[in-house]
Design a protein around this ligand. Sequence first.
Ligand SMILES: Cc1cc2nc3c(=O)[nH]c(=O)nc-3n(C[C@H](O)[C@H](O)[C@H](O)COP(=O)(O)OP(=O)(O)OC[C@H]3O[C@@H](n4cnc5c(N)ncnc54)[C@H](O)[C@@H]3O)c2cc1C
Length: 422
Amino acid sequence: MPQLISNLIEMPLQPRLAAVIGAGPAGLMAAEMLSQGGVRVDLYDAMPATGRKFLVAGVGGLNLTHSEPMEKFLDRYGAARCHLEPFLRKFGPLELREWALQLGFETFEGTSGRVFPVGMKAAPLLRAWQQRLMSNGVNFHFKNRWLGWDAEERLLFASPAGEIAIRANPTVLALGGGSRRSLGSTGTWVPILRQRGVRVADLKPSNCGFEVHWSDFFREKFEGQPVRPVRLRFTNSRGISFDQQGEFIITRTGVEGSLIYAASALLRDEIETTGPAEVHLDLAPDRSVLQLEARLSQPRGKRSMSSHLKKTSGLEGVRAGLLREVLPVEIFMDPTRLAAAIKDLPVRLETPRPLEEAISSAGGVCFDSLDLNLMLTDLPGVFCAGEMLDWEAPTGGYLLTACFSSGRTAGVSALDWLNGSS
Ligand SMILES: Cc1cc2nc3c(=O)[nH]c(=O)nc-3n(C[C@H](O)[C@H](O)[C@H](O)COP(=O)(O)OP(=O)(O)OC[C@H]3O[C@@H](n4cnc5c(N)ncnc54)[C@H](O)[C@@H]3O)c2cc1C
């Protein structure tokens, strides 16, 4: 039984007891590795259940990973590739699919190369995984919010029974990033680790929307509407370019959606250094400027400008609305300038939407505070994994793959450390 020490409950010392804090994909994977190694694992989470964010990721279809060639896959992690590559080479997209299959979930490749479990949902997979972990002896402790360490280096938690102190060695921290606080990842670990000398890069929105100063008319008429097909081009002040076709959504405050998310790191960093960023939209990516010009030059007759635009260029609804929002009226009378504007419409993005709304966060525990086994160099026996590490990637399964993979590395490393082999 736990002992009550003043107002603190100290849990008894267990042989080979490991603590994992954070029951998202990274923490669950670390717990799996440790429990498979014969270690008793206590898994703590501030929320009342496992994997809240993982479950939400499954709402629109759980995109577990991606099937593109490994080199291209690794490039998606940008500057962090060199840090993540060793883990991803050991446990990458193929191994993740194999792991899911062993859990009872076949996966399939969507048309875009994205990989989903058959059924697309996260809940059945998470349920089966939790069952397997429990039968391996992992003890789940929900509603336990980690507060840091006390003077005796015990882990402190705010639990339903009051504040408790745990002696555990090793410890894996898998506390997530800083977006969507209601799903559990609140980023409250940042000052705790900084206080212990760990270098943590500020958490920033990644895969986020951006603000645009829409007119009231445009906002009321087109909020929530998808813009597709569209090509987005952007070159930053250092000459780095983004050029991709896809789709995005008009929001009350600006723009969001997969195409915007894909460019978001470049746009966010540019706005941070030089202010608002101008992106260029090609609203008719399947037609050349000359084709458009020829068609727009056809006699309009008695047709309204809207019907003429629709008939000659195929643009209507929100794409036509965007033209009207951005261009002065006189351009609509000039087929040459209109064709050029359809292929290259400037839209000014003011600022990223707040971290809270983002799909994921950039920043986190810097790799130079970790050794190659993901152990904090200043806190021996403490390992970190998942989105709380300083990397970012676009949507497309890259986020989850790196969380699973780094969780696995942290778990295996913690096991080796316990066994005295690292
Ligand atoms: C809407 C949405 C859709 C997404 N879709 C996809 C997708 O399809 N594919 C993809 O690859 N990625 C997707 N993601 C991103 C992906 O879900 C995350 O990157 C991933 O869940 C991060 O895993 P993690 O284990 O590092 O952290 P999390 O899943 O955030 O888990 C961290 C856990 O730590 C706990 N915790 C935090 N602080 C404390 C504390 N002080 N004490 C105790 N516990 C604490 C939290 O409660 C949480 O359970 C999506 C994200 C969102 C928001």
